[in-house]
Ligand binder design. Structure first.
Ligand code: IPD
Ligand code: CA
Ligand code: CA
Length: 263
């Protein structure tokens, strides 16, 4: 695990520094669909991350946002799940809240998560059974026990209002039940903020595996709880996720169920 963690950290740091150097200098911006953008920096970051990992682990499998899935050679059961730049819209607008997210899965279980925010010089790391850290210091979820004293975050799919999973009803419902609901545009960082106690909870619908792979392990290793929106097991492919400090989990599940058609 030591070598895997070293390589994951190195890949995240290299891509993060590239992103930092390119804020305000986007060369190309394409649309994957309406309002869903990708820049040359997303692609360059991903190439750098995969090149760094392959130099040490040439047989591993990959699932990466911009290049898709690549199966590994049989002898390796390891898969790297990569969001090279989580928070692309923020990045493209020089809004300083974005990161690199790298998760490592072995035999279907997340074993390592690394999330790097180069602007804040913050690296969140967790390995299975070893706890979670921020810049090398142990982190833990908050101790808040009630929703009405909590701060949460959520997010919306790029096709927000056209989607049945538009999340607006839940946003409205929960906003009226707590200190506030932030929408900061990087699911991986939102999860790390739950892990470090800056937020008490986070939920979102329709995320992709690369948005949540690393962050979900970081929350769990920091003592938090991660499930789907009904308190069942997280399915990274459906991408409906609720992550909390554990203490307010049940209350948030009930609040989500209250919102019309659970949207
Ligand atoms: C997005 C961010 C955002 C979330 C979106 C994601 P991207 O990822 O995580 O917070 O609300 O649903 O697609 O496109 O910036 O990697
Ligand atoms: Ca993402
Ligand atoms: Ca991305």
């Amino acid at each position: 695990m030591e070598k895997i963690e070293k390589v994951a950290r190195e890949a995240a740091l290299r891509a993060g520094e590239l992103q930092k150097s390119r804020v305000g200098k986007v060369k190309s911006l394409d649309y994957k669909s309406a309002f869903n953008i990708v820049t040359d920096v997303d692609k360059a970051s991903e190439a750098l991350i995969i090149e760094t990992i392959k130099a040490s682990f040439p047989n591993d499998a990959f699932l990466a946002e911009e290049s898709g899935a690549e199966s590994g050679k049989q002898e390796s059961a390891r898969r790297w799940i990569i969001d090279p730049l989580d928070g692309t819209t923020n990045f493209a607008h020089s809004y300083p809240f974005f990161c690199v997210s790298i998760g490592v899965e072995e035999k279907g279980e997340m074993v390592l998560g690394v999330v790097y925010n180069a602007i804040a010089s913050e690296i969140f790391v967790a390995s299975q059974g070893q706890g979670a850290t921020l810049n090398g210091e142990k982190i833990a979820v908050s101790n808040r026990t009630t929703l009405d004293t909590s701060l949460l975050a959520t997010g919306f799919p790029p096709d927000t209002l056209k989607s049945v999973h538009h999340n607006m009803d839940s946003f409205r419902t929960i906003t009226n039940m707590c200190h506030g609901v932030r929408r900061d545009g990087s699911a991986a960082l939102d999860l790390c903020f739950v892990a470090s106690g800056r937020l008490d909870g986070f939920w979102e619908r329709k995320l992709a595996p690369w948005d949540v792979a690393a962050g979900s392990l970081i929350v769990r290793e920091a003592g938090g709880k991660v499930t789907n929106l009904e308190d069942g097991p997280l399915d990274m492919t459906s991408g409906h996720i609720l992550a909390t400090n554990g203490k307010i989990h049940e209350e948030v599940v009930k609040a989500l169920a209250l919102s019309t058609a659970a949207k």
